[in-house]
Design a protein around this ligand. Structure first.
Ligand code: ADP
Ligand code: MG
Length: 643
């Protein structure tokens, strides 16, 4: 008997309508959801050309009878809901009955399936919605969907697909998200060289996190688990969901971890990855006094609740939800995270780093030269507005830095598993390199010509800033960024002149990569090797670093590579070789430069000022931060009311 039914029109009209197939990753998403809904535990995904040429998802789920195998391709045909009431209690990942017909409409599709208890299986072939053949086959119980030549009959859509690597990146994100939500399943993805990953089924979320992100990231996370009872007297929820409770299981990063974007925030509701303002806001509040503005934690939040408590029929992509008790969910998440962070660390260590010692926030691309030259004292960190998506139209005000992004990619992209950043020195991951023209404008705007003959270092403030006199004027020089500028120009000059200094390591360093980083790294390796690194793949998703640029210490290397990959990923398009060389030079410079809180002998200060003034752009660091603040003699005299 067939399980799949056509939905009555009135019910079909109640379902959030819209396109589901946007790119290969959306096909993979729908196919994975179908496999998981069919109870599959073994999921093998293969893609070619980032999914443009081929996507294959093989599962060991319950399979389909011959009748169902044909019905599945009708629009609004589903085995998952029957009546309008079912919509308020959705317990499966899919329910719209639209994915298979939509995918079959824009590709050449082959479905091979065998249901439990049936003697024969069925193969159905469809090309651009036209049935091309049905035959009996023999296979194990389960289903394999093969989707070839996506958009072969819609050239306009095909044109908008990105480079294979970019599309593959999206596929990796999707498979990883489902793998995180379903640790009891095996998820194997092949599509790049020998295969991207093969996460075997595990018992716990913790183990799955370890498989996906590695030990390093796991060490930086605090695990929390809470059962949240319903408010007494509240109407009992419809349907039997995962219990009559709300269960929260989360991994949130310790206060010292700071990410420059929201890409490491994952929220799952009843094993469905969602983008949700309420949850995002709650997390933002929990971290409000812990992270500086514009920094984000790493968080994986898994919430399970009775199905009737959450409406998933909000958006066709099924990634937006509406909670019946949204303020309760919000407050519970916030309090649980606050409590866990407090337990992980004593109260006293909680405050943000001392304001006065912070270095200016990086100037993002499109830096405004007038904000940088050294005639004014530094503005406060966080004064640059964060670029975010559309203003909130529903829900509460979001705390600084936690506004939801408008781009669907914002919550989608896979985080990197590099180490978190600690407070000093400021790292460069978040900063955009500024162009030579921007630096030139800053230089021109800076008053006075600097000459080493006139500059006399007087000492340091807080072992971080050199105070110097220059013919009656006062200079304050940030020693870290000054040295960064010197090294940046040196490293870049050596690379472009083909005279790179490199040091071999006695023992190679082993760096862990996540699947996304692995793809990016393949492209970066030749240039890294020309810049004085010697990196080689070392087993699955690890990298052996055998040599480093001469100025760099081994302890900085894995963080540097993580930041570099994060930076390249953020640009989202192909990075030119020139820009890549600059990025590598800037990363090396940032990590090798003298740190803040380092005492310098006078001779070292003289040397640094000398070297700085030999550079092309002594006023700004490669990321656009000012290096020198200058207080003119006249200003000083005026301030003392002498003129
Ligand atoms: P929906 O998932 O919203 O029901 P789909 O178009 O994705 O709609 O799938 C239609 C139907 O085909 C599903 O309801 C399910 O019964 C069946 N189906 C699809 N994929 C599989 C699979 N991998 N294993 C078993 N049944 C499947
Ligand atoms: Mg489906």
């Amino acid at each position: 008997m067939s399980r799949i039914r056509l939905l009555p029109e009135a019910l079909a009209n109640k379902i959030a309508a819209g396109e589901v197939v946007e790119r290969p990753a959306s096909v993979v998403k729908e196919l994975l959801e179908n496999s998981l809904d069919a109870g599959a535990r073994n999921l093998e995904i293969t893609v070619q050309a980032g999914g443009k040429r081929l996507i294959r998802v093989l599962d060991d789920g319950e399979g389909m009878t011959p009748d169902d195998a044909l019905l599945a391709f009708e629009r609004h045909a589903t085995s998952k809901i029957r009546r309008a009431e079912d919509l308020s209690c959705i317990h499966t990942l899919g329910f719209r009955g639209e994915a298979l017909p939509s995918i079959a409409g824009v590709s050449r599709l082959l479905m091979e399936t065998q249901a439990k208890g049936e003697t024969v299986g069925t193969a159905v072939e469809i090309a651009g919605s036209r049935m091309a053949g049905v035959r009996e086959i023999a296979r194990a119980v389960g289903t394999t969907l093969t989707v070839r030549d996506l958009f072969f009959n819609v050239p306009a859509r095909k044109k908008f697909l990105r480079a294979d690597r970019t599309e593959l990146g999206h596929v990796v994100n999707v498979v990883t998200q489902y793998a995180l939500a379903h640790p009891e399943g095996r998820f194997a993805l092949a599509g790049w060289g020998s295969g991207m990953f093969d996460f075997q089924a595990v018992e716990s979320l913790r183990e799955r996190l370890f498989q996906v992100f590695g030990a390093e990231l796991l060490r930086q996370l605090v695990e929390l688990e809470e059962d949240l009872p319903f408010v007494p007297g509240s109407p009992s929820p419809q349907g039997t969901g995962p219990g009559e409770k709300i269960r929260l299981h989360a991994f949130v990063s310790k206060p010292e971890v700071q990410k420059p974007n929201r890409q490491s925030l994952y929220f799952f509701v009843n094993r469905r990855m969602v983008r949700d303002r309420i949850l995002m806001h709650a997390l933002g509040e929990a971290y409000q006094r812990i992270l500086p503005d514009g920094s984000f934690p790493v968080a994986l939040v898994f919430i399970e609740m009775p199905y009737g408590e959450v409406d998933v029929n909000v958006h066709p992509s099924k990634t937006e939800v509406r909670f019946r008790r949204q303020s309760m969910i919000h407050d519970c998440l916030r309090e649980a995270v606050r409590k866990a962070l407090k337990e992980a660390r004593p109260e006293a260590a909680f405050s943000i780093q001392p304001r006065g010692m912070e270095v200016e926030p990086p100037i993002a691309s499109g830096a405004r030269p007038e904000s940088a030259p050294g005639l004014r004292p530094p503005t406060r960190r966080g004064s640059l507005p964060l670029q975010v998506g559309e203003p909130a139209s529903v829900g509460p005000e979001l705390p600084p830095g936690f506004q939801t992004s408008s781009g669907p990619a914002a919550a989608e992209a896979l985080s990197s598993s590099d180490t978190g950043r600690d407070s000093s020195p400021p790292t460069c991951a978040a900063a955009e390199l500024i162009s030579g023209e921007q630096a030139e404008a800053i230089r021109t705007a800076a008053s006075g010509t600097l000459s080493p003959a006139h500059i006399h270092p007087l000492g340091q403030i807080d072992d971080s800033f050199i105070v110097a006199s220059d013919r009656g004027s006062l200079l304050i020089i940030d020693q870290h960024v000054a040295h960064e500028r010197v090294l940046f120009e040196k490293v870049l000059g050596q690379r472009r002149g083909g005279r790179v200094e490199s040091q071999r390591l006695l023992l190679p360093l082993i760096v862990e990569l996540n699947p996304r980083q692995q793809i990016l790294l393949d492209d970066l390796t030749p240039e890294l090797n020309s810049c004085g690194f010697e990196v080689e793949p070392f087993g699955r998703r690890t990298l052996a670093v055998k040599a480093l640029p001469a100025d760099l210490g081994p302890s900085d290397c894995s963080r540097l590579l993580g930041e570099l990959l994060e930076g390249v990923e953020k640009e989202a398009r192909e990075v030119s070789l020139e820009r890549l060389q600059e990025k590598i030079a800037a990363s090396v410079a940032c990590h090798a430069a003298i740190k803040v809180h380092t005492h310098l002998e006078r001779s070292k200060m003289v040397w640094l000022i000398d070297e700085l003034l030999k550079t092309r752009y002594p006023m700004t660091c490669p990321h656009g931060r000012p290096i020198i603040l200058r207080y003119e003699k006249n200003e000083i005299l005026k301030a003392f009311k002498r003129i």
